[in-house]
Design a protein around this ligand. Sequence first.
Ligand SMILES: Cc1cc2nc3c(=O)[nH]c(=O)nc-3n(C[C@H](O)[C@H](O)[C@H](O)COP(=O)(O)O)c2cc1C
Length: 176
Amino acid sequence: MKKGIILYRSKYGAAKKYAEWLTELTGFDCAKLPNVALSDVKEYETILLCGGIYASGVAGISFLKKNLEALKDQKIAVFCVGASPYDAKALDELKAFNTKGKMNNISFFYGRGIWNESKMSIKDRVLCRALKKAVAKRDPSTYEPWMKALMSVGEGNCDWTDRKYLEPILDYLKEQ
Ligand SMILES: Cc1cc2nc3c(=O)[nH]c(=O)nc-3n(C[C@H](O)[C@H](O)[C@H](O)COP(=O)(O)O)c2cc1C
């Protein structure tokens, strides 16, 4: 069996960047979803999915969900990429939201991504502005981590991608 593959799904480039760093650091192969065949992925012992977070959903996770039974013998981990600062509780909630209790053996990791309104699709920009308006009505002391991040980005460009976020997933790989 081949050692490992990194699958990624990225709209604005952050999950792709983490996938490329992980490829360099692990020597695993790398492939972009959705153009990946299950028969190819099944040849690997370890599968790492890197996906951007959109409205709490992890891009690319549908590939794992759809093929859960076929991939039951593989070691699988998910590296999610979002705008919020890292928060352990929020990551647990994100895992619960995305797996609905069906992927308990899959570990979730987190890295901060990119926020660039000028490069967003019109639909995404409108959605984010509407979200900001809704959040602005709340008392800031009740903000969830993602709300704090959303309100702090303004309309500028932020790139929080950093190799330091890969340390926990690299430790996980060493333990396997
Ligand atoms: C429409 C939209 C919804 C988003 N929802 C979330 C979210 O729920 N949580 C979060 O942490 N970041 C959220 N983000 C920020 C993205 O996760 C961030 O831009 C990340 O870099 C996306 O990954 P990508 O660059 O690989 O596409 C959202 C961004 C957009 C445009």
